[in-house]
Design a protein around this ligand. Structure first.
Ligand code: 13P
Ligand code: SF4
Length: 329
């Protein structure tokens, strides 16, 4: 059981986390949706694909994963000999919740001629029931390598699946899950914001619903959105993804202005991921101190899940023929 946070009063958490990181030979990995203080203390901040690659490559003994549970599970699947800790084990994901393994298994059984191309935002059990995992930054490249006649189930994010379907002109059977964070952006409020900033492009994550993507000037993963923010000649950008990523944008290009796309109340705060927000500096310190909470997985299930993740890592790094990507807008 972790010590209560109140007993940590007076501790220099940054210094203590640093000390424990060295003592434990730990690496701290953080997603762009983490609080700024966590991003700033991490050894590496990235999107889901980059974090999976880091977790597979690291020679640290401990991976302190500042993200959500499916990300920490992915690290454990790829690096089973390492201790993987997650500051708050309740850091889940609405997409994972939408896709219980027994229902997914039954859905697959009902469509035996389809392969399961599955978004990484799912449980380890669902990964074990899938053929190939994708992230938002690898999905297009991976889909382009699957023969056109192959039938596909895509889950659990119907918006990412729908976006890929439209972009590739390719029908897929979509699992009906959504990200509650991206689902909360308001088209009406976005149009009002665009009217106030007519020159500002909108950069959106493909987890957004189509009525938001319809107004986007670019659609991509968190790392692609960050790259766009850095390189666009525009000095103001409207960001339609979880607003904590703006921290990296402001660090990289402080002279530009980044505005979080609003929710229905005209405010972007309702788009903070409640699961990601469960991680705090206090909980990170306790996790490094106690090496708890840690991820443990059934070995047979882990090996099955590793197959679909390895497939992703291979296909995401493959050299794809010219013409396989792009030109599908
Ligand atoms: P990426 O960082 O891979 O774009 O994923 C976004 C996300 O919603 C993670 O939960
Ligand atoms: Fe899940 Fe959405 Fe939070 Fe990402 S932002 S962890 S997809 S609920």
């Amino acid at each position: 059981m972790n010590a209560p946070t109140a007993s940590l009063a007076g501790l220099d958490l940054r210094a203590e986390i640093d000390r424990l990181r060295k003592e434990r030979n730990a690496v701290i990995l953080a997603h762009y949706y983490q609080k700024p203080e966590i991003q700033d203390i991490a050894d590496f901040v990235g999107d889901s694909l980059e974090l999976s690659r880091k977790a597979a490559e690291t020679d640290a003994d401990v991976i302190a994963f500042c993200g959500v549970r499916f990300m920490a599970e992915t690290a454990k699947i790829l690096s089973p000999q390492k201790t993987v800790i997650l500051p708050d084990m309740d850091a889940g994901c609405s997409l994972e919740d939408s896709c219980p393994p027994d229902k997914f298994k039954a859905f697959r059984a009902a469509h035996p001629d389809h392969i399961a191309l599955t978004y990484i935002n799912c449980s380890a059990e669902v990964k074990a029931l899938s053929d190939i995992i994708v992230t938002s930054s690898s999905a297009e490249k991976i889909l382009s390598q699957i023969p056109p006649e192959q039938k596909i189930i895509f889950g659990p994010d119907k918006h990412l699946g729908g976006y890929l379907s439209r972009k590739f002109g390719r029908e897929m059977l979509l699992w009906p899950g959504v990200c509650i964070v991206h689902e909360a952006f308001s088209e009406t409020e976005l149009l009002k914001l665009k009217a106030q900033h007519p020159d500002a492009p909108v950069a959106a994550h493909p987890e957004c619903p189509p009525h938001v993507l319809d107004h986007a000037d670019m659609v991509g993963s968190t790392s692609a959105i960050l790259e766009f923010a850095k390189t666009t000649p525009h000095d103001t950008v409207i960001v339609a993804t979880e607003p904590h990523i703006i921290h990296q944008m402001e660090k990289a290009v402080p002279e530009k202005t980044f505005i979080g796309a609003p929710g229905a109340d005209g405010n972007c705060n309702c788009n903070i991921c409640p699961y990601m927000a469960l991680n705090t500096m206090e909980k990170l310190y306790i996790a490094l101190r106690d090496l708890e909470p840690k991820i443990e997985l059934d070995e047979e299930m882990r090996l099955a899940a590793k197959k679909s993740l390895d497939r992703m890592l291979e296909m995401a790094s493959a050299t794809v023929g010219k013409g396989d990507l792009g030109a599908r807008d």
